[in-house]
Design a protein around this ligand. Sequence first.
Ligand code: ZN
Length: 504
Amino acid sequence: MLSPRVIGPAPNPDRRCHIKATLHEMEKDAIWGDVCRNLDTEDYLGDDYCILHNPNPKKDPKEFTDIIEARLKSNHCYYQAVVFPVPFETNHVDFKLPLNFFHAVFYSYIDILDGQITNIYLDYATFHGSVRFYHLNFSQSATFTFSHFKNNASFMGSWFERSDFNHAVFDHKAEFNSWAKFRDDVNFSNVKFQGEVDFNSCTFEKAVRFENSEFSDAHVTSFKRSEFQSDVIFDGAAINCYFDFEGDSSRRVFVKNASMSMRNTRVNKPEHLTFHTVDLRPNWFVNVDSRKFVFTDVKWINIDWWREKGFWNNFRNLVHSTLLGLRRFSTGKGEEANENIAEELKSLENRGFDLQRKRLLAIACRQLAVNAEDNNQYDDASKFRFMAMETRRLDHGGWRRVLNLYWIYKWTSGYGESWRRAALVLFGVWFLFGIFYWQLGSFNSEHLFDLPQSLGYSSLVMLLQKPEPRPASNFTFTLYILETIFAPLQVALLALAIRRKFMR
Ligand SMILES: [Zn+2]
């Protein structure tokens, strides 16, 4: 047996500690100087190792523990590639110096409860036993990149500042629940979650990334009563499990400045992705097929504004947008007239979409409309269809924004979604032509029309009844023809809007 600490010259280079981890020579040099320093080596399966790096899980636990405890007590920071054969347990201990556990291997469990760790580096570490970091305050940084958790990993109630789990692998359950909190950006990109994932009641104050992460099947990933206060990014992730976002009346998961991205997210079973009692925005579903996602009690932000302000506000908007169109036409600049859509497009721009934002948003809205329609949420379906059409209309610049079919469709029937508007326009057509016939018309009969008669005449023209007397001037004939074209079209639009309302 070797003595735990040998005071004396550096070990003979030929009998240097082997250090099993795949490391550069420079890194090994540092480890020889810091970790293996003053430790003698012994042979294990043909290679020489110091007691800390010896990969034998049955190495002397007492000797190992004595060295580790002495070093922790003397504020030693370096434990790279150390192989722990024994549990690592502390309770109410504060670690003020940075702890470096790069490439460390833990054969037994880790229990670090209720303390503070200023900086800890567990990159490339392997955890064979369970890991419990309960109610810890990682007060500056905690990194777990390329680490491998081969058993349950729990960070229950812990608070993180800067933290990084890039390329980590969780073979079993991963828990970041019980009011755990990420106070700075956290990176879960390229992580493989192979067991249950529990982020319940976790708060993300800054951005969280799950880019290209994998959530394996037969398990549940849940974000119940979690809170995202900034960006959450699932771009390129593969979701193969039940995936739950569920809020309640006090915590609706996505707060005001939150934004979600599911760009090219692969959702294996879309009917397993559920959003329950949460606030969402349409632009978050750009570049992902949302038609089968499950939306229950969802409040959609930015889909109402344009419709709920009433006809006269819409009329004012028409004037406004026409003026803007003019300005756009003359200067090439100008804002969008629809604040909702402008905000959604801005959000897409902030998320790095530079081309075809309007087209993508329109597609996303159409898919959400199909989803709502399939789930009998006709009101939402109607709003999404309206938004999709409106976005397509705004895709045109300048005058073409106003003088196109979208525009006519919008103002005559709210893209077939508003029976009130269709009825009002039909009424307008009937009334206006009545006035025209009364004031401007000339007819074969000597008989002069009064207003009620003119309106009656307009009704008959509208119903294609070819009323007498016949128009006498070209102008009156043109009016007559125009009404026989527009009135039936408007009747058809009204019928369509009513049908949308009642029959699906
Ligand atoms: Zn060593």
